[in-house]
Design a protein around this ligand. Structure first.
Ligand SMILES: Nc1nc2c(ncn2[C@@H]2O[C@H](COP(=O)(O)OP(=O)(O)OP(=O)(O)O)[C@@H](O)[C@H]2O)c(=O)[nH]1
Ligand SMILES: [Mg+2]
Length: 711
């Protein structure tokens, strides 16, 4: 395989709602482009990008899949190659795995949003649109499942225009519908592309059928107007001539797409291989190459420090960004990366700027699903993989030692659900930590910790299915067997009032005594601010070196909880006075004094429980609207609004997490499985008193023990 120059590379993120056919589409595109000898199918478990055994078993995408196709670009750059290389990043659509999507979409320079032609826009369609906006990348829609009963181009267009505005514009019209869908009309060149369904994906180009001529003309004019609107030169031409000649329209369309002025709509039947070649040509001709996308680096990690200009340019110092790490039980750690500047030559030794270590890129590879192929060099903007780096993982920047730079990793949501897990045997318990940490390397949406109160192992992730997949991976890859217990509600504690209290620790035992006294004031602060400690001690009432001891004592006690063992948050503790003893005072004595003062203060400060509240969006046929809103209200939900989407409705609400634990199954039974929902953490709010008492009672035994242990 040759290596492609920056301007001949397209990095296309494939995103969309769960099950819209993204993975099938990528496999059909690869087959059409002659990249794979066999036509991969979801039903057969043979697609290129869903190669992981969990993905094959569940028939859904769980992690980022990479693939590439070579396809001629009619643009034809002088000095460049005739073909361009289209890198596909096939991303999951189910909301449980959407953190992975956000993390990897950062490597794309443009996005193709798959939309089921019989439903139109859905919850995740909007979510991925927002990601594209955040990453500032051009995007196009592809209507999938065009062969399906009740698939409708008109209704899909109406739905997309309603949700995403009037800049959504058709670039194609369908030829035939449902089972009879057999091609597309190219509204730029005004030609028909007619396919043989279930064939090789290559069309014959014909004149537009007479029956569709009027409709095509009207749609063409709409496109011309939209394109002219954002371009003074074209606008003049349009007013002068009444139209724009095709030779000027092609670059005009491209410019409008790259500038995010229009969001074109194309269509396919991926399963019957209709429309795929036309879509490939669109990606090659109208989507931007990497250097058309501005990029910014920083002088410090995580977007801190000053900005550093870099371009996707071979002439600049080498830098690359790791956007995905895989923990392969056989090959070891595999890192997917994007070359951000310069040329990566095989066998190069690079500096990992985040860790300050050296890494050798001994066998740089390109990725076709699970197949890795060695390549001599990769130009700026290309995507590759490297196996067996010593310590590099997701989110890190590597490059030329002389020109350090840090690219900002994706900002990912915190896990929304926590399960307690129980190792089945002692052997499982011994292996659990090491194997889970391998999985965390490849899954930034996962957290593993131990409950300080109950000593249980906890796994936090973005949904029940997410945690189930992790448990299955642990079993298959590392032979660790776990039982999953019901999810835990991560309550918090806080205060609603002020307090002033003393903590006095004094012990006279044998020789050396222990002595430390501190006085603190406590008051509530803004939600989400955590714990704030203020040192307001004057005149050496407590020597400097023991002030941090008091702080530690307070923070540790807050983390252990007061009412029911949940961390106490959103308060300020002001240390303003104390006493010490020249011989008997110590770090430990002041830690204990701090913790005692905290407990005293809590007694007076009107402690309260906080519960997590989720932002919930339900997407359902409109006949269920009233029923579903009533149900959300009965879950102590606050309905924030509902909007019609064609024959569907989107209901937005804020609902306490504890009321949503059984929602997935309840929603299926209420709507015969015709509704979907997504939910993410919104904020913490007070738990009503009668419920708070129940939680406190339920946690008493464990908390009581913990309190004794410490005293
Ligand atoms: N009839 C028909 N079925 C399709 C088409 N495209 C995909 N499917 C089917 O739709 C189902 C889901 O396809 P996938 O390719 O896994 O969908 P996806 O969008 O990748 O799903 P996630 O990645 O899990 O979000 C599979 O059973 C496919 O065979 C199509 O164009 N026509
Ligand atoms: Mg998929």
């Amino acid at each position: 395989m040759k290596s492609y120059l920056t301007r001949d590379i397209r990095n296309v993120g494939i995103v969309g709602h769960g099950g819209t056919g993204k993975t099938q589409l990528v496999s059909s595109l690869l087959y059409t482009a002659g990249m794979t000898p066999r036509w991969g199918k979801i039903a057969e478990g043979s697609t290129t990008t869903d190669w992981d055994e969990e993905e094959i078993a569940r028939k859904i995408s769980i992690q980022t899949g990479l693939a590439y196709a070579e396809w001629p670009s009619s643009g034809g750059h002088p000095g460049g190659s005739e073909k361009v290389k289209i890198n596909f990043t096939d991303l999951p659509g189910y909301s449980t795995f959407i953190t992975e999507t956000k993390a990897s979409l950062i490597a794309a320079d443009c996005a193709l949003i798959a939309v089921d032609a019989h439903v139109g826009a859905q919850v995740t369609t909007e979510k991925v649109w927002d990601y594209c906006t955040e990453y500032d990348i051009p995007r196009a829609f592809v209507l999938t499942w065009m062969d399906r009963e009740l698939a409708s181009f008109e209704r899909s267009m109406a739905s997309l225009e309603q949700v995403f505005g009037r800049n959504v514009v058709a670039l194609q019209l369908p030829i035939g519908s449902e089972k009879g869908f057999r091609g597309v009309i190219d509204l730029v060149a005004m030609k028909a592309h007619v396919y043989k369904p279930d064939g090789d994906g290559k069309p014959t180009t014909e004149e537009i059928p007479a029956a569709l001529a009027d409709e095509a003309k009207e749609a063409h004019e709409k496109l011309v107007e939209m394109v002219a609107e954002g371009d003074d030169e074209l606008m003049e031409e349009f007013f002068r001539e009444g139209t724009i000649p095709i030779a000027d329209l092609i670059p005009g369309v491209r410019k409008a797409i790259v500038a995010e002025k229009i969001f074109p709509v194309l269509m396919v039947s991926a399963l019957r291989n209709v429309g795929t070649a036309s879509l490939l040509t669109f990606l090659a001709d109208a989507f931007p190459h990497p250097d058309e996308h501005a990029q910014i680096g920083f002088t410090e990690p995580n977007g801190k420090g000053e900005r550093v200009e870099r371009k996707y340019d071979d002439g600049q110092p080498l830098s690359l960004f790791v956007f995905k790490t895989l923990a392969d039980p056989f090959a070891g750690r595999i890192n997917y990366f994007k070359v951000k500047s310069g040329v990566l030559k095989n066998d190069a030794t690079l500096t990992n700027f985040n860790r300050g270590s050296l890494e050798r890129f001994q066998h740089t590879q390109i990725v076709q699903g699970k197949l890795l192929t060695e390549i001599a060099d990769l130009h700026a903007g290309d995507i590759g993989a490297i196996v067996k780096l010593k310590e590099t993982t997701t989110g890190e920047t590597l490059g030329d030692k002389a020109a350090p730079i840090y690219y900002k990793p994706a900002q990912l949501p915190e896990p929304s659900i926590t399960f307690a897990i129980e190792p089945k045997t002692r052997a499982d318990e011994d292996k659990i930590g090491v194997s889970i940490h391998k999985i965390i390397e490849e899954d930034p949406a996962l957290r593993f910790m131990r409950d300080p109160q109950t000593k249980e192992f906890l796994l936090a992730g973005s949904g029940q299915q997410h945690i189930e997949v992790v448990v299955a991976k642990l079993h298959k890859r590392y032979h660790v067997d776990l039982t999953l217990k019901p999810p835990k509600v991560p309550y918090r504690e806080t205060i609603r009032g002020k307090a002033d209290a003393e903590g006095k620790h004094k012990k006279q035992s044998g020789g050396h005594g222990q002595f430390g006294v501190c006085r603190i004031k406590m008051e509530p602060i803004e939600r989400g601010k955590g714990v704030e400690f203020v040192d307001d001690v004057f005149g050496g009432a407590i020597p400097r070196n023991w002030i941090p001891s008091v702080e530690k004592g307070i923070r540790d006690a807050a983390a252990r909880g007061y009412l029911a063992g949940f961390p106490v948050v959103d308060f300020r503790a002001v240390l303003y006075d104390g006493k010490y003893h020249d011989v008997d005072s110590s770090d430990m004595a002041f830690k204990i004094a701090g913790s005692l003062a905290f407990k005293e203060a809590m007694k007076m400060a009107k402690p309260a429980l906080l519960e997590p509240v989720m932002h919930v969006e339900v997407y359902a046929p409109d006949q269920y609207s009233g029923d579903l809103m009533g149900d959300l209200s009965s879950r102590r939900g606050r309905i924030a609004g509902s909007e019609a989407r064609g024959h569907n409705v989107v209901i937005k609400a804020q609902v306490p997490f504890s009321e949503m634990l059984s929602y997935a199954n309840d929603l299926i039974s209420k709507t015969q499985g015709r509704a979907t929902y997504s939910m993410e953490f919104s904020h913490y709010d007070y738990l009503p008193n009668e419920l708070a008492q129940k939680v406190i009672d339920a946690h008493k035994p464990a908390h009581g023990e913990a309190a004794e242990e410490e005293g």
